[in-house]
Design a protein around this ligand. Structure first.
Ligand code: SD4
Length: 291
């Protein structure tokens, strides 16, 4: 059986973000506040080049961000292809609470953010710009498997009152085409919560996750009685079943958390971690994997 409260997040980088979430959960706070505060740590971190400020740009040099949130009632908000705003997760939450919609994209999302008082900021750091210019010399688009440069953050939290909420935020695949949107802002792909059973969040090659409606599948498998880890494994195997070519060159990782506080994860390739914080402490645990 699991423990409550608990927060889980993707990759080892999640440990730092968990800390911010735990401050809120430990005091009896709301799971949605916890996941928002948690992932914001990585959005603001210039060293994380897959999220927010410091994220790698698209091939034309634009940093474009995707993020979403989902709450304990299955309400959700999302932004995609958002530019110039450091905390897309907070804009996604505003889409959920302050608009009649579930998703805003691009210039419309940016205008909405500005109207809500978010500030316009340049998100392309000198370090990321330098790397991008180097990339332009070859311009070869290739998704990298693992390990530490793939650190989109997805986070799920179950609070003392049993409310389960999630968030996901990313700058997407490095050097993607301009306008490309990944799985991370798509409810059912990058994140899904079933208020009665649990939630899941994804990281890695977003196109693979979208094509298999990944996180919805994970959560449906929990609904059908599978443990969080088994449910993640089934969704990973569905990716491989759909197209088994080159899978050792592609990484996808899922993490899941059920309403009892039981968590688990699974990935295609070795090297993925679920970071977890509960009464037992805050640590990264390697997940099982297919290859
Ligand atoms: C995407 N899933 O945009 C994201 C990227 C990612 O770790 O998770 N990187 O496809």
């Amino acid at each position: 059986t699991g423990k409550k409260p608990v927060v889980v997040s993707t990759w080892k980088t999640g440990v730092r973000a968990n800390e911010a979430a735990w401050q809120i959960l430990d005091k009896g706070g709301y799971a949605l506040d916890a996941v928002e505060a948690g992932v914001k740590v990585e959005e603001a971190n210039p060293k994380n080049n897959t999220v927010g400020y410091g994220g790698r740009p698209d091939r034309d040099g634009n940093v474009t961000l995707d993020a979403c949130v989902m709450d304990e009632n299955g309400e959700c908000g999302s932004v995609a292809f958002l530019q110039d705003i450091k905390h897309p997760v907070s804009v996604a939450r505003k889409v959920m609470t302050d608009t009649p919609h579930a998703m805003l994209v691009g210039e419309g999302a940016r205008q909405f953010a500005l109207s809500q008082g978010f500030e316009k900021e340049n998100l392309l750091t000198p370090a990321a710009e330098k790397e991008w210019k180097k990339w332009l010399e070859t311009s070869e688009y290739k998704l990298e498997v693992n390990i530490e440069n793939h650190d989109t953050i997805g986070m799920l939290a179950l609070d003392k009152n049993g409310r389960l909420c999630g968030a996901c935020t990313t700058s997407g695949a490095a050097y993607k085409m301009h306008g490309r949107v990944g799985d991370s802002p798509i409810i059912g792909a990058g994140l899904f919560i079933d208020p009665k059973f649990g939630g899941a969040v994804a990281t890695g090659a977003g196109e693979e996750v979208i094509k298999t409606a990944g996180c919805h599948l994970v959560v449906e498998m929990m609904r059908a009685g599978h443990s969080p880890e088994e449910a993640c494994k089934i969704a990973i195997q569905r990716i491989i079943e759909r197209d088994s070519s080159n899978k050792k060159d592609i990484q996808v990782g899922y993490i899941a958390l059920n309403k009892d506080g039981v968590y688990g994860g699974y990935s295609i390739v070795k090297g993925f971690d679920v970071s977890v914080c509960n009464a037992d402490g805050n640590r990264a645990e390697p997940t099982s994997h297919q290859i």
